[in-house]
Design a protein around this ligand. Structure first.
Ligand SMILES: Cc1cc2nc3c(=O)[nH]c(=O)nc-3n(C[C@H](O)[C@H](O)[C@H](O)COP(=O)(O)OP(=O)(O)OC[C@H]3O[C@@H](n4cnc5c(N)ncnc54)[C@H](O)[C@@H]3O)c2cc1C
Length: 467
């Protein structure tokens, strides 16, 4: 299967450089070997030019400027890189991880490259790297989209109002993008390449724990045992989900205690698995019915696509004044002086020291294991709005807590869903204190699921983290 042309953008349209030493791929978003169109495209180019392929990765930490870098996220990231290193070596592809920004690494190594291949993410920091590379790298630059099902600009060229406006556009297109991607044969193995060219070999990622200890990171949020990073782990979780929990996803996905969630979000965030691979597996899964499949594809393609669309088109997606729609800011401002009987500091929230027992349980799951079910994330965020001194402060706190503790934090989904709490992609509802006409969620919503069963599961998971 060829790589779909809509996934490919040429950022510097010059011919491949003559006399080059390799084709270069900056792996930055799609941190995986299987089902990676940028990697397969780079192999095709290397074969055509009769060159070996060099893959590079720029590792930032708290010391060289990655925002909110903590040990939880980095342990997962490094586990994924160890998986990538082993898989690339099996395929005869060289891999360098250097401690610098992705743009610096790519610009430096591009001087000896015939062409540079990039993959694609949509956050502001990633766009800045691509712009920097586009300005400085003198060789041909090709970018290949591999982390959404339908390429973003193919689905829509504007900021979408809500899921209902994006859904029909995606539904018309997605069959054309749900295609398998065969691994290409590497015709010119890169054995001995880095030594022969005397390249800076950078960091050894084969022992993630050892490397983690050398990085400058916030260690107050530590690694979790519940999820290990990397494609191999992602594929294992997906298989277990499809075998044991997917049948019934349609009816059970709103019940956190039912376990009917795939836990794919950390892996999707770090690019450890392709959303196309997941969608293809969902389509052929045994025992599930049509409702299960369409409910899952709605989340994976429509909701996730809407989040990407928002961060792509809304500069300032992390800023209350720009991320939250005007009608919602207006109604929240009109209720800014309403009495707030339950006010908590950010520390009290983080420690789960509120009057609301089940909110505290959910916060414990997030703090100690890095994950929370979507149904509880909605309740969790709505309560932070209710219990904070102002909507602006509530927005900033929700984002900080989200990005600090969730393994899937700092994702397009993080920024978009936090803004949803404050009215993004939603409509006005019945007016209430504090919320105005922004959607409210009451404690009664917890009656719809087995809260005690959920608490027992969280206790078990947190005990396992300590063991
Ligand atoms: C306040 C709040 C904060 C959130 N923060 C994050 C975050 O930091 N990172 C993150 O990835 N998701 C976030 N979400 C969205 C959603 O809760 C998670 O993606 C989902 O719970 C991940 O679990 P899962 O993979 O087991 O989901 P599943 O139910 O198995 O869904 C499969 C996939 O569909 C996508 N998906 C599911 N629900 C949503 C949704 N509401 N919006 C967009 N995509 C969705 C995800 O990619 C998910 O991995 C947040 C939601 C809310 C309400």
């Amino acid at each position: 299967m060829a790589i779909q042309p809509a996934r490919i953008r040429v950022l510097n349209d010059v011919p491949p450089r003559d006399g080059a030493d390799y084709v270069l791929y900056l792996m930055q978003q799609a941190m995986r070997v299987p089902f990676n169109p940028a990697l397969e495209g780079a192999i095709e180019e290397a074969n055509r030019l009769k060159l070996p392929l060099l893959v590079c990765f720029g590792l930032l930490d708290g010391a060289n400027g990655f925002p909110e870098a903590n040990a939880r996220h980095y342990a997962f990231l490094l586990q994924g890189l160890a998986d990538v290193a082993a898989a690339l070596s099996r395929r005869g592809i060289a891999f360098l991880v250097q401690r610098a920004t992705p743009a610096e690494v790519a610009i430096d190594l591009s001087e000896r490259a015939a062409l540079l291949v990039l993959d694609r993410g949509y956050l502001a920091i990633q766009k800045r790297w691509y712009d920097e590379i586009g300005r400085a790298a003198k060789c041909r630059i090709v970018q290949v989209e591999g982390d959404v099902v339908v390429p973003l600009e193919t689905a829509s060229t504007k900021h979408e109002y809500a899921a209902r406006t994006l859904r029909p556009k995606l539904q018309k297109l997605w069959d054309g993008y749900l295609e398998p991607l065969a691994p290409r044969t590497v015709e010119n193995p890169a054995e001995g390449l880095t030594k022969r060219l005397k390249l800076n070999v950078g960091l050894d990622v084969s022992d993630p724990d050892k490397l983690l200890a050398k990085l400058t990171l916030d260690t107050t949020v530590g690694p979790v045992k519940r999820f290990r990073g990397g494609y191999t782990e992602a594929a294992g979780h997906l298989e277990l989900f499809l075998e044991n929990a997917f049948a019934g996803y349609g009816a059970g996905r709103n019940k956190p205690e039912a376990g009917a969630a795939s836990h794919m979000s950390p892996y999707l965030h770090f690019g450890h698995i392709s959303p196309v691979e997941i969608a293809l597996a969902i389509r052929v899964a045994k025992d599930a019915d049509r409702d299960d499949r369409s409910a899952y594809l709605e989340e994976l393609i429509v909701r996730r696509g809407l989040a990407m669309n928002h961060v792509f088109h809304r500069q300032g997606y992390d800023d209350y004044a720009r991320a939250v729609p005007e009608w919602a800011r207006k109604t929240l401002a009109e209720h800014a002086d309403d009495p707030r009987p339950n006010l908590y500091s950010e520390e009290e929230l983080a420690e789960g020291e509120t009057h609301d027992h089940y909110w505290n349980v959910a916060m414990r799951e997030m703090r100690e294991t890095g994950y929370m079910h979507n149904q509880l994330r909605m309740y969790w965020g709505k309560k932070i709005l209710e219990w904070s001194p102002s909507p602006e402060e509530a927005f900033a706190r929700t984002l900080r807590l989200n990005n600090r503790y969730f393994l899937d934090g700092r994702d397009a989904n993080s920024f978009t869903n936090v803004a949803w709490i404050f009215g993004l992609h939603d409509r006005p509802w019945q007016t209430r204190p504090i919320f105005g006409s922004v959607r409210y969620q009451s404690e009664n919503s917890l009656r719809k699921f087995d809260a005690k069963g959920y608490e027992r599961a969280v206790t078990r998971l947190c005990e396992a983290e300590k063991g």
